[in-house]
Design a protein around this ligand. Structure first.
Ligand SMILES: *Cc1c(COP(=O)(O)O)cnc(C)c1O
Length: 396
């Protein structure tokens, strides 16, 4: 049985997304916050400057630490995730990096659970040079996960739904396990957005986002965010954020504030259109399997426990899975643009399949013939017709 959730967005969240920030009175009734395009903030006296410098995580001194336009976005994202603090970054990867660099040291171990965004794992591989070890468990069975924990495991990093196969995991149990052993948990919540999943309310310590995807929503900005408690954010801020310097520009923050204004309406539509397209593919003879959390029969109760809606990124497996067929299918699509990334208004398609990477895919349980699509806002009917013509083309 598919888990056909009705998308639910907390009315409080609509106000956070659409509302104008209260403490920018200087903006004289402007209904968008001003873009405070400055590198530094002058102080009335040297002593006041020194006071500000003593708490740069809280005061606007230099835009590498704090900026009022970026702070508007950070307050909104923290509120949406029900976290104490948010810091925004120049990209999702800068956000992920800051979690690792901010909280880990030589000799520590990170356990990754579920299918994970490729560059995050590449970054972990890079951190081996600094004495930080890691393992990846694809098995969602809790005992198997537990058996991979080590005495030096400091962080469990996971995605749910996971990259490419969109499997949901029982992360509440995982969090309980981590808490018992004083291990921090971090979750990449890019897929669901804070509107459809709030990991911090379910016990997760740290949430990261690529705001490049649905939060920006228009494929015109690259950005990231971390949300956590004040105490963890202080460590991330002073160990990584200010020193690595991967900050979000005030203008890009402003674009994201604009993106947030339509996030609720976009996500409701993405939920619906994504499900409609997935439902179509599921009954098509040219499709062997659809990987979408709604159609993961075994995970239905998990889905209902953590998600309040679906985004529209999912994948499916062609019945004919050789590389030539994958290329012919993708190239035959007309409405889906061929490219990386996702979460914008335009539909996108990509395949992880290459001519020679079957073994690498198999290592991540990804079947050959897998196609990933991001369902945009062109209308489900038109997208279904397009997919149908490309599938029919494969059969002849
Ligand atoms: C895109 C993405 C990232 C990285 O974000 P960038 O903004 O591209 O740096 C991290 N996690 C997931 C799940 C992503 O899709």
């Amino acid at each position: 049985m598919p888990a056909l959730l009705t998308p639910h967005i907390d009315p409080h969240d609509e106000a956070i997304c659409l509302g104008h920030d209260e403490d920018l009175d200087e903006s004289r009734g402007s209904i968008m916050p001003p873009i405070v395009q400055t590198s530094l903030f002058a102080h009335p006296s040297l002593e006041e400057l020194f006071d500000s410098l003593d708490a740069e995580h809280a005061n606007a001194v230099y835009t590498r630490g704090q900026n009022p336009t970026v702070a508007v976005l950070e307050r909104k994202l923290a509120a949406l995730e029900r976290g104490e603090r948010c810091k925004c970054f120049a990209s999702g990867m800068a956000a992920v990096s800051a979690v690792f660099m901010g909280l880990l040291g030589s000799g520590d171990h990170v356990l990754f659970v579920n299918n994970i965004y490729g560059p995050t794992l590449q970054l972990a591989k890079n951190l081996e040079r600094f004495g930080i070890e890691h393992d990846l468990v694809l098995d969602t069975d809790l005992q198997k996960i537990e058996s991979r924990l080590r005495s030096n495991t400091k962080l469990i990093f996971f995605e749910s739904p996971g990259t490419m196969l969109f499997r949901v995991i029982d992360f509440q149990k995982l969090v309980a396990l981590a808490r018992k052993r004083d291990i921090l948990t971090a979750m990449d919540n890019t897929w669901a957005t804070p509107l459809f999943q709030k990991p911090l309310t379910l016990g997760v310590d740290i949430v990261v986002h690529s705001a490049t995807k649905y939060i920006g929503g228009h494929s015109d900005v690259v950005a990231g965010a971390v949300v956590s408690s004040e105490a963890l954010m202080q460590r991330i801020f002073y160990n990584a954020f200010m020193l690595n310097g991967g900050i979000l520009s005030p203008f890009d923050a402003w674009l994201l504030i604009r993106g947030l204004r339509t996030l609720p309406v976009r996500m409701r539509q993405h939920h619906q259109d994504g499900l409609q397209v997935a439902g179509f593919l599921r009954q098509h003879a040219g499709v062997a399997a659809v990987f979408h959390p709604a159609f993961d029969g075994q995970a239905q109760t998990l889905v209902e426990r953590s998600l309040t809606g679906y985004s529209s990124l999912f994948s499916f497996q062609l019945a004919t899975s050789e590389f030539g067929a994958v290329c012919r299918f993708v190239d035959a699509l007309r409405l889906f643009r061929i490219g990386v990334s996702w979460g914008g208004v335009e539909s996108l398609v990509i395949s992880p399949n290459r001519v020679d990477n079957q073994a690498a895919l198999a290592a991540h349980n990804i079947p050959p013939g897998t196609i990933r699509i991001s369902v945009g806002l062109e209308g489900a009917e038109a997208l279904i017709l397009d997919l149908d013509q490309a599938l029919v083309g494969l059969a002849v």
